[in-house]
Design a protein around this ligand. Structure first.
Ligand code: ADP
Ligand code: MG
Length: 384
């Protein structure tokens, strides 16, 4: 799960990490009022979308007066912002963050992620933070420093000092250590997968401030992170994926013509590969998961069919905990009145009963014997 910059900054602030004074607004009128309340002479207006690269894409702009703040907020709110990370369709902007402009002396990159390979939390830091960090990472990886933290031991002072030295903050090692530890505590407390501050700055006055913030949380931990879960912005997610998750289904939208209903992410990958090998492309995949009741399967069909690009549906089930007869019941329920060809392959627990239900239904369902057969038939059906 992702959250907006302004929400991430609130969390940083609650852990004692300095952020610029600012406030979220939903209208241009509120923007000017906020600017005056914040005080100062220069402000920054920042579009809030779940994607980075806003600086280069025109989603972060400097204003020299309250009128300019109004003008920028008016331009941004209701517009569609396209950045390197949004894809060509861009993202609609519903709100902007108005902040006092900081006087930047130096910009750093500071990030934490869960690294699956080392099973550690990795701290990533660079003295070359800002909007070009991807380029720095690609061209000069030696400018990126990493420190692996054993979660059983925690972040140690010497590690913080090492990072401080690596990015040229040796003379501020003590406050930097304090700050990094707060960040680490936040990361652990909230079950983060990623916490990124880019840029993390030293101001001309010598203060260290988080000027941007991105946070990602472990979906599997949301059950114990009520406060975090409330920050979820459904407008930023694919509506079908949101609806699917409400039914305990995993739905991923793609751009081909074969709709895929499968059980398990591994089988989903294999099914998509098989479709491509046979010359087709998947329109989406929907994972019905372990205990697929007939109702859930029927719900899955409804979701897959709501995608107009779907020209054929392939149901590929390898039942272990699942039962093919249950899936078959759902398939038969949903298939009555179906306008696109339906290919079904059932294997595993109660496969025989499942196939019998499909056969006896009298519906024009195409049975397939194995994965290759199923993919071939689905691709052919989607073509006609
Ligand atoms: P993104 O990462 O999406 O491009 P950022 O929040 O990092 O957006 O903003 C881009 C750049 O704009 C930053 O690298 C920084 O130079 C500048 N900037 C952002 N917020 C402020 C601020 N409050 N004061 C001064 N400059 C800012
Ligand atoms: Mg940034």
């Amino acid at each position: 799960m992702n959250i907006h910059e302004y929400q991430a900054k609130e969390l940083l602030k609650s852990y004692g990490i300095p952020i610029p004074p600012g406030e979220i607004v939903y209208s241009d009128r509120a923007a000017a009022r906020v600017a005056e309340e914040l005080g100062g002479t220069r402000w920054v207006v920042k579009a809030q979308i779940h994607a980075g690269g806003r600086g280069k894409g025109g989603g972060v702009k400097l204003a020299n007066g309250p009128e300019k703040v109004t003008e920028l907020a008016d331009q941004m709110i209701g517009s569609t912002l396209i950045t390197e990370q949004t894809g060509d369709t861009g993202r609609p902007v519903h709100r902007v963050l108005v902040e006092r402009a900081a006087r930047i002396d130096r910009e750093f990159y500071l990030g934490m992620i869960v690294d699956r390979v080392s099973q550690r939390i990795v701290i990533i830091a660079s003295a070359e933070g800002g909007v070009e960090i991807e380029q720095v990472a690609a061209e000069r990886p030696e400018a990126i420093h990493k420190e692996y933290v054993d979660p059983g031991v925690g972040l140690l002072d010497f590690q913080c000092r090492k990072i401080a030295t690596s990015i040229g903050l040796t003379n501020r090692a003590v406050p930097f250590t304090r700050l990094l530890k707060k960040m680490y505590r936040l990361f652990r407390d909230k079950d983060c997968l990623l916490l990124e501050i880019n840029p993390f700055i030293v101001t001309e006055e010598g203060d260290m401030i988080a000027l941007d913030a991105k946070m990602q949380f472990d979906d599997n931990a949301l059950y114990r992170q009520g406060e975090v879960a409330e920050l979820r912005d459904f407008d930023e997610e694919d509506p079908k994926e949101v609806e699917a998750s409400g039914h305990g289904l995993n739905y991923i939208a793609l751009d081909g013509s074969v709709g895929c209903i499968v059980n398990g992410a591994g089988l989903a990958m294999a099914t998509m590969d098989a479709i491509v090998v046979h010359g087709g492309r998947p329109a989406n995949f929907l994972d019905v998961g372990g205990g697929a009741s007939p109702e859930r399967v029927a719900e899955a069909f409804r979701l897959v069919l709501s995608d107009r690009n779907v020209k054929a549906i392939l149901v590929n089930i390898f039942a272990g905990i699942n039962r093919c007869d249950w899936v078959a019941q759902g398939v038969v329920q949903a298939a009555a009145g179906l306008k696109v060809p339906l290919i079904v392959r059932l294997a595993g627990t109660h496969a025989e009963q499942g196939n019998r239900i499909v056969r006896d239904s009298g519906l024009p369902i195409i049975s397939a014997s194995d994965l290759a057969d199923a993919a071939q038939k689905a691709v052919a059906a989607a073509r006609t």
